[in-house]
Design a protein. Structure first.
Length: 352
């Protein structure tokens, strides 16, 4: 049949690689023995709570507003997001007979906080994202599929990340405690508040409601410095999810800052309405209404990554986080013209 012949010819084409150039660098693993070995490795790491390169993430795009997660079909604690740590707390200890198959049958549930109704659920294994080394190769588990990373592609990404400038600004403090006594959690906003209060040339945008594309729901950055630095802060936890989100967020907000006049106007309004007697003229001046007044090379995007490691190093990031950092840096620096740097800071966790 002509239609089948057309579909067959389309299946054999590789023109998609011109648009999705990185796709060929991730090879789907099909060997059952290799998959079993990889599953065994990641399950042992979960059992022993070696979670540095393992995390949970919803396997599809969802609206986090008015949603919560549970690890039980009925009852159980409500969570704003899913994490391997919370999942392990919610279940009984693993037995000698436990295996990866248990993670394929156990579920994570998504609920509406408005109606209390269950929206959907997924197997834990489908939400599992992991990075594993086996036989000198790097494998990534995502969406229940193992993929092997091309060695030359990995070297290319790591070489690129090594060349990104490390920010040396003294106004992003290290060794501060980020424990929120009221919420009984380590919180990024504690770090942002401490930095803001200690430096007169920083303005706080964490939790701001800045307008982008007609919606006034965005932060744009966590901190704005009068030296024209837009600073995004995120704590490095297990896996790549939170940090990868940081880089994508920086890319999205940088685009909006340049192209959306309402974004800059909304930033100016936030400063005017929330100055708390701090001098604001130096901040207002770097947020011109007219796009033609913005020389992007004068501005800097800083990814501030906090960690409890005593000697943080950019090479400690999971591979997929480095992958997202490379792509975001290329867009911010090469396409938009901003300077783009990272800052690694050690923070103290837990109650004093």
């Amino acid at each position: 049949m002509p239609k089948l012949e057309t579909l067959g010819n389309a299946y054999d084409q590789d023109t998609y690689l011109q648009t999705f150039q990185g796709y060929s660098k991730f090879h789907f693993e099909t060997d059952k023995n290799t998959i079993d070995r990889l599953n065994n490795i990641v399950f042992e790491k979960i059992k022993t709570q070696e979670l540095e390169n393992i995390h949970l993430a919803p396997p599809e795009f969802i609206d986090f507003d008015n949603r919560y997660f549970t690890y039980r079909a009925e009852g159980g604690a409500h969570h704003d997001d899913i994490s391997m740590e919370d999942f392990l707390i919610s279940r009984r200890a693993f037995s000698e007979r436990s295996s990866i198959e248990g993670l394929k049958s156990q579920k994570i549930y998504l609920w509406s906080s408005e109606t209390g109704q269950k929206i959907m659920h997924w197997p834990v294994y489908k939400c599992l994202v992991a990075e594993v080394e086996l036989d000198n190769n790097t494998y990534i588990l995502s969406m229940s599929q193992w993929k092997k990373v091309s060695s030359d592609f990995k070297e290319k990404i790591e070489s690129y990340v090594d060349q990104i400038t490390s920010n040396q600004s003294p106004y992003l403090p290290a060794n501060v405690r980020i424990w929120d006594a009221q919420k009984q959690q380590n919180r990024e906003e504690v770090y942002n508040q401490i930095a803001y209060e200690a430096e007169e040339n920083l303005f706080l945008f964490d939790k701001a409601k800045v307008q982008i594309a007609g919606e006034k729901i965005y932060e744009v950055c966590d901190l704005l410095h009068s030296d024209k630095s837009l600073i995004h802060v995120k704590r490095l936890k297990s896996g790549a999810a939170s940090i990868s989100h940081l880089f994508l967020q920086g890319k999205f907000y940088s685009d909006a800052f340049v192209t959306d006049q309402k974004c800059r106007e909304s930033m100016r309004n936030h400063i005017t309405e929330n100055h708390n007697d701090k001098a604001i003229q130096s901040f207002i001046e770097i947020l011109p209404t007219d796009r033609n007044e913005i020389i992007t090379n004068d501005y800097k995007v800083v990814f501030c990554i906090s960690t409890d490691r005593n000697t943080p190093n950019i090479n400690h990031l999971p591979f997929m986080a480095k992958y997202e950092l490379m792509h975001s840096h290329k867009h911010i620096n090469q396409a938009l013209g901003f300077k783009c740097e990272y800052k690694l800071v050690t923070v103290l966790l837990g109650a004093p």
